[in-house]
Design a protein around this ligand. Structure first.
Ligand code: HAM
Length: 414
């Protein structure tokens, strides 16, 4: 018996309608905001992520699914942003449009320790808007994430925002943290002791109780922000208020990836437990240039689909399709049934039959299991009269219907 790799999931037919509806809803919302879909490959050059996420980030240090191929090292993409920026530069997309709004839906891979809401293969619904540094774009992107969550009928989520400032400001914050934490290293967890050396910002969002206490004592505010970054952040907050988007400013929100500058945000849900982020994002104004592209600003986010599923609401109604199920009794009926099945499908009516009908009772049970909306029973006697029996599975009403005009008749009822 083979088993799934730990931290992966089979999405089975029972659940698939939810996934398809979420994808369809997302595509509609992205279209409303004029975002276009991109589908980059799932495998990339590992160095792309070392360079963009940062050598000392958790993902690069511990979570990359690496594939050695001679002198090359590929990786199953751990996230979408670096891939999209790589595709943007490689395909000269900046030459065709100096401002591009893109979205993607697909699997990401991280070699994590699996737990509730933390998988090794998980799906992102993400967007990247490349080509502007304007604060209004930050507002659009955060409001787009909010609109997506509303359209999935997710309730009680919180949007937390912060500004890391430009590169200079980030360095300033790093310096201040080194100074502030110097005497307190001994109170930090082992991970944070390491982070003190290489990735000090991450200490701010460590979940460990004693690290949280140390961080609370630091009283981090926005002192590291230069006047321009301060103005930018004020504009973002004003814009969100104009659009009546509920948010909370959290000076300790830093995000785990090196490419972020200025606005960062996270959307959390308390029902998720320790892995409480439904989604997250932020600006990365230097990444396009750092990867060899033009000097343009960009911002994006990604929502985790498995976590959305964990908090899904019954108000997000996933309609099952109206299936018509044909039951034939006897050889002649079977032949006519096949033709009817073909004609129903040509008329865009979802339909199926039981190729192995042994008894009417057994076939009705199968129709029930498939949640068929209508059942057509074709028996020899009925066919002699050119009629079929049509059973409405919702009301239970059963009636004889003329074969002639049957498809139009069903169409009117669906
Ligand atoms: P991230 O915070 O690493 O950001 O991931 C975004 C979301 O993906 C998380 O908030 C969470 O919902 C989900 N997620 C992450 N890891 C896992 C996991 N192991 N299992 C299940 N769900 C997970 C990024 O990846 C950035 N690329 C987002 C972004 C786009 N920033 C700018 N543009």
């Amino acid at each position: 018996m083979f088993k799934r790799v730990p931290g992966t999931k089979d999405i089975l037919p029972d659940e698939i309608s939810w996934w398809q509806k979420i994808e369809e809803t997302s595509r509609n919302i992205f279209s409303l905001y004029n975002y276009k879909e991109v589908r980059p490959p799932l495998i990339e050059d590992a160095a792309l992520f070392n360079r963009s996420l940062g050598e000392f980030t958790e993902i690069v240090q511990k979570q990359m699914f690496l594939i050695k191929n001679g002198p090359d090292t590929y990786v199953l993409r751990p996230e979408g942003t670096a891939s999209i920026v790589r595709a943007y530069i490689e395909n000269n997309l900046d030459k065709t449009a100096n401002f591009l709004k893109l979205y993607y839906i697909g699997p990401m891979f991280r070699l994590e320790r699996p737990q509730k809401g933390r998988l090794r293969q998980f799906y992102h619904i993400g967007s990247e808007a490349i080509g502007s540094r304007e604060a209004d774009l930050d507002v659009e992107v955060i409001s787009l994430a909010d609109r997506l969550l509303k359209s999935y009928a997710v309730k009680n989520y919180q949007i937390k925002i912060n500004s890391l400032g430009c590169l200079k400001d980030k360095k300033e914050l790093t310096r201040a943290l080194h100074k502030g934490l110097k005497e307190k290293i001994k109170f930090l967890c082992e991970d944070c002791k390491n982070r003190y050396q290489h990735n000090i910002l991450r200490i701010l969002d460590c979940k460990n109780e004693s690290c949280r206490k140390v961080v609370a004592g630091l009283r981090i505010e926005d002192g590291h922000l230069c006047p321009e970054c301060k103005r930018h952040f004020t504009k973002v907050k004003e814009g969100l208020s104009v659009l009546k988007i509920d948010y909370e400013t959290r000076p300790d929100l830093v995000r785990g990836l090196d490419y972020y500058t200025r606005t960062v945000f996270e959307i959390t849900h308390k029902d998720l437990g320790s892995q409480d982020a439904l989604g997250a994002g932020g600006r990365y104004d230097n990444l396009v240039r750092d990867l060899g592209g033009p000097e343009v600003g960009a911002i994006g986010f990604a929502l985790g689909m498995e976590r959305l599923h964990l908090v899904h609401s019954s108000e997000f109604i996933v309609h099952s399709q109206n299936l018509v199920y044909i039951i034939t009794l006897g050889e002649e009926a079977k032949k006519r049934g096949l033709l009817l099945l073909d004609n129903l499908r040509k008329a865009d009516i979802a339909s199926d039959t039981d190729y192995e009908t042994k008894s009417l009772k057994g076939a009705m049970r199968k129709a029930d299991n498939l949640s068929a909306r209508f059942v057509i029973i074709m028996g020899e006697d009925e066919l002699k009269k050119n009629v079929v029996t049509l059973k409405d599975m919702e009301s239970g009403i059963q009636e004889e219907i003329q074969l002639h005009g049957l498809i139009e008749n069903i169409k009117k009822r669906i």
